[in-house]
Design a protein around this ligand. Structure first.
Ligand SMILES: C[S@@+](CC[C@H](N)C(=O)[O-])C[C@H]1O[C@@H](n2cnc3c(N)ncnc32)[C@H](O)[C@@H]1O
Length: 325
């Protein structure tokens, strides 16, 4: 093995031999990681000889991947919307469906009067409403919100100190907007200061929603490497969603809303739970794969703008309607 190109070929062959379908692209990602090159630079410098430590690092990455570790942990970072987040075994790997949760949360914030704008340099103290991201993990949702809502302050909580350490590192690398994220440890709303009760405009969460009995059906790459407490909720799978929805009714402003990721089969239960908890409107929106994925529960409906065609089940206190596609 003499050149970057040889190293890449070798990595690709090892990954492919281990049955990894995307061996080609993963080998390139790993090469970019150990070389520090952009893709075009890697191509241009492909005939150069890599330093020993890059070879050693790549060998270790390939071994970890071949042993079944998710490529995101092997690389040590992963993208979420416009962010590049550090990820390791202490946190769930941010998923594409959670990017939709962020988008829907941003839309709800705008519906509730927030101004949306990209990558603002607004000062940390210049905020005028509060949001919460409960079970923040890597900080993905909290950072996506402050990234686009220049006047929001987001309370990002987790029961796991380990997860919050990763979130803290991500805040440090996310620029000035991250100064508007406050981290707090504790179980769901218990992590928040009491003065926030009744003051939250929006509660966003991607809580654990796998039932105990479903653990066996999780892919080994997930069950064997990602933190189980980030995935598994309890006997029904609805326990954490219930904590978020029921707590939201106490902690939101009178017109506030909860935006919460759910599993597709939980849609009807989640909507029922929200309506039983006193929310005026509750419905579920779909992810990009067309699966019911995001519960939106509005406590009081100031301005009622029903969502667009990605909506599936819509319910208000006495109706359930299937939205035409
Ligand atoms: C599905 S992960 C979501 C992580 C991140 N928000 C994301 O979307 O990538 C669920 C998160 O909830 C946290 N969690 C589990 N039980 C909790 C509890 N009782 N209170 C607060 N957070 C909890 C886990 O530690 C984990 O970080």
């Amino acid at each position: 093995m003499n050149t970057w190109r040889d190293l890449c070929d070798d990595a690709r062959r090892s990954l492919a031999a281990a049955g990894i379908e995307s061996a080609e692209v993963e080998a390139r990602w790993m090469l970019e990681e150990v070389s520090g090159y952009e893709p075009a630079e890697l191509f241009r410098n492909g005939a150069d000889r890599p330093p020993e430590r890059a070879v050693a690092r790549l060998t270790s990455m390939v071994e970890r991947r071949v042993a079944g570790e998710p490529v995101q942990y092997v690389l040590g970072h992963w993208s979420f919307r416009r962010l590049d987040l550090l990820v390791d075994r202490r946190v769930l790997i941010p998923r594409p469906e959670t990017e939709i949760v962020a988008e829907i949360a941003l839309e709800e914030a705008v519906r509730l009067g927030a101004t949306r704008g990209k990558r603002s340099s607004w000062a940390a103290t210049d905020t005028d409403y509060y949001l919460a991201d409960l079970g923040t993990g890597s900080g993905a949702l909290a950072l996506a919100l402050v990234d686009e809502l220049p006047r929001a302050q987001v309370w990002a909580t987790d029961v796991s100190e380990d997860a919050l350490a990763v979130a803290r590192a991500n805040l440090a690398g996310a620029g000035t907007a991250a100064a508007r994220v406050r981290l707090a440890v504790g179980s769901w709303f218990d992590a928040l200061p009491v003065w926030l009760r009744g003051q939250l405009r929006l509660v966003v969460s991607n809580p654990p929603y796998v039932a105990n009995s479903e653990i066996v059906s999780l892919p080994p790459e997930v069950a064997g490497h990602e933190p189980l407490e980030a995935l598994v909720s309890g006997p029904t799978g609805l326990e954490a969603i219930e904590r978020v929805v029921v707590g939201g009714a106490e902690w939101l402003e009178p017109s506030g809303a909860v935006v919460c990721e759910i599993a597709p089969h939980q849609a009807a239960d989640a909507v029922g739970l929200a309506l039983d908890s006193g929310y005026e409107q509750a419905f579920v929106r779909r992810d990009l794969a067309g699966r019911d994925r995001v519960l939106v529960a509005r406590l009081g409906v100031g301005s009622s703008r029903w969502p667009t065609s990605s909506t599936s089940t819509q319910c208000s206190s006495d109706s359930v309607t299937e939205q035409p596609r």
